[in-house]
Design a protein around this ligand. Structure first.
Ligand SMILES: *Cc1c(COP(=O)(O)O)cnc(C)c1O
Length: 414
């Protein structure tokens, strides 16, 4: 940082400010995490100097012997970690991983059936503003309004009616276990290929805290960020029969040279995720999320589905609407005391997406900092205080709790 501070003080100051922000914030945005310093080291390595278009043993650039070693490690570790037949570790992001599956298996105009963005799905699963919704004919399934869980009967009805070429399972804001076996049955009955996008839960799957989609899906896409706590980027797992189609869809289909420092950081991510420590981490994420969920409910706040099986939960703030509380206002009030969450639509939300009646809360990042159940519950308590009994005294107390917890669990000891 000293050199950067000299060459570009404005940029150095922004990065330094972000480090302090992260260190002083209780991060509950469910897609975020805090990677180990070795991941930062690899992502900042000299591998960034190298072009390596192609795949190990088949490159379009010379001098790739070490790049082949790096990428082969990432591929073999991903396959072993998840028990997959084939892995592509080059996608620059999770959305690119999904796009590669579409490019590999679909023609423009083919039918996709995915989870509704407004009910917890991801925009790359067929939303009109995304390429998935522009180039393909898309239909969306959602939640049973009574249970707020995926309505598998509706998934089946829509699949039988529209016969999608590709059925997509996976979500960004769903607090319950996804029944991959049920999705497989529906895909088989409708003659569809099954893609599972496990971006949010990949760390839980790797750590044995959520069932694996790999035995059921033709394709599994993911990010290495989020609960997997690693490199910024994506990857694809698939059955051997689709290996060639997937690899050519990534390169030369939608990408050029792989970002090799990130591919290397993915290799390290998969190694770390195969350890006993990581299994303990994944289990602790779920315990922390459930401790928070229990405390919210003790305080009289409602959770979508009444709880969580994974790393995240959705607070339903509709009961507080007459006091002017919305997802947006809650996000802002919590940001003021150093707690980061994001507003989120909840099932049947009367508010528009820029306001919402919900807040999404995830436990992956605080668990990485070393929070245990009692501290997770204490965080839930101060959130409940801010929402239920806002006052200057409440805010003052909340800031003090945040300061103490952040100091106790510094993100990077320098
Ligand atoms: C986060 C997420 C992605 C997108 O990953 P990016 O790396 O941001 O492109 C894709 N699918 C799901 C389900 C996600 O939650």
């Amino acid at each position: 940082m000293h050199t950067l501070g000299y060459i570009d003080p404005e940029l150095a100051s922004a990065i330094d400010g972000e480090l302090r922000r992260q260190d002083n914030t209780i991060e509950l945005i469910a897609s975020e995490n805090i990677v180990p310093p070795v991941i930062l080291e690899v992502q900042g390595s000299i591998l960034t100097n190298k072009y390596a278009e192609g795949y190990p043993g088949h490159r379009y650039h010379g001098g790739c012997e070490y790049m082949d070693a790096v990428e082969s490690l990432a591929i073999e570790r991903a396959k072993r970690l998840f028990g997959a037949e084939h892995a592509n570790v080059q996608p620059h992001s999770g959305v690119n991983a999904n796009l590669a599956v579409f490019v590999a298996m679909l023609k423009p105009g083919d039918v996709i059936l995915g989870m509704d963005l407004k009910q917890g799905g991801h925009l790359s699963h067929g939303s009109a503003v995304n390429v998935s919704g522009k180039y393909y004919q898309t239909f969306a399934y959602g939640l049973d309004p009574r249970t707020e869980r995926i309505d598998y009967d509706q998934v089946r009805d829509l699949a039988m009616r529209h016969r999608p070429r590709l059925l997509i399972a996976g979500a960004s804001a769903y607090p319950r276990v996804i029944d991959f076996a049920r999705f497989r049955e529906i895909a088989d009955e409708a003659g569809s290929l099954l893609l599972v996008d496990m971006a949010h839960i990949a760390g839980l799957v790797a750590g044995g805290a959520h069932p694996s989609p790999v035995p059921y899906a033709d394709f599994v896409t993911s990010t290495t960020t989020k609960t997997l706590r690693g490199a910024r980027g994506g990857f694809i797992l698939c059955r051997a029969e689709y290996a060639k189609a997937i690899d050519s869809a990534i390169f030369p289909g939608i990408q050029g040279g792989p970002i090799m420092q990130n591919v290397a950081a993915k290799a390290l991510t998969f190694k770390l995720a195969a350890t006993a420590e990581f299994r303990a981490y994944a289990a602790q994420i779920v315990r922390n999320a459930q401790a928070m969920a229990a405390r919210f409910q003790e305080r009289g706040l409602r959770l979508v589905t009444g709880g969580t099986d994974n790393h995240l939960m959705l607070l339903d703030l509709r009961d507080l609407a007459d006091r002017g509380v919305t997802g947006h206002s809650a996000e802002q009030a919590l940001a003021e005391v150093g707690i980061a969450v994001n507003k989120n639509l909840i099932p049947g939300d009367p508010q528009k997406p820029t306001v919402t009646s919900g807040v999404r809360i995830g436990a992956a990042a605080i668990t990485s900092r070393g929070f245990k159940e009692d501290e997770a519950a204490a965080v839930a308590d101060i959130i409940a205080d801010i929402l239920l009994t806002p006052s200057d005294a409440t805010s003052e107390r909340a800031r003090r709790v945040v300061r103490d917890l952040c100091k106790k669990h510094a993100i990077y000891q320098s």
